[in-house]
Write a protein that binds this ligand. Sequence first.
Ligand code: IMP
Ligand code: MG
Length: 213
Amino acid sequence: MSKLLASPARPRPPRVPARWQQEVARVLITEHQIAARIRALSQEIQRDFTGREMMIVSLLNGTVMFLADLIRHISLPLRLDFIGVSSYGTGTTPGELVFTKELRLDVRGRDVLLVDDILDTGRTMSRVLERLRPLGSRRIRICVLLDKPSRRVEQVRADYVGFTIPDEFVVGYGLDFAERYRNLPFVGVLREDIYQRAAVVAAPPGRPPAPAS
Ligand code: IMP
Ligand code: MG
């Protein structure tokens, strides 16, 4: 039988690059899929923000790659600033938020696009919104690369979502586990043994490992 006929009907799942096979169980979203989706997202955003005083507020550090790729496809005049927020900083209990950088630019009268890597429980986004809302912007829209709706605790909805994903811990394309894996060009599911090992080494008894924002 020819190779072609023997191949399954469904496309083969993308291979984890050899360099990452020890740590990444599988590729969830490929580099190519990310690029295509971001082009579509930026077109949508561009359409909605045309004629507005656009200001992008991006959350550090997870948005580095997503933001860079998103804004290069937006050809509108815009301002850009960052808020530093860490949702699982070492030494803090999970869910406790630490602001590591404040906004510098004035958002008054502007249409804000708030960008984050992933909307998980929604705690980060709702705390950031609490800070941003009193500052007098005209409106705030939320854009995230990934959405894990099954984990939501706070009532937060993103206006622009790259991909809706299942409840799995993912890394790459800006997302980290204990500050690693941000440089992967794809989004992958972290191998469980990596978690387990980190839990034994780093976490106090009864606490999950501590990924950083
Ligand atoms: P939330 O406050 O629970 O919505 O979580 C938001 C933050 O938690 C994100 O900005 C990420 O830094 C981090 N986070 C949540 N889920 C993941 C994941 O699967 N991988 C990496 N970081 C995550
Ligand atoms: Mg983050």
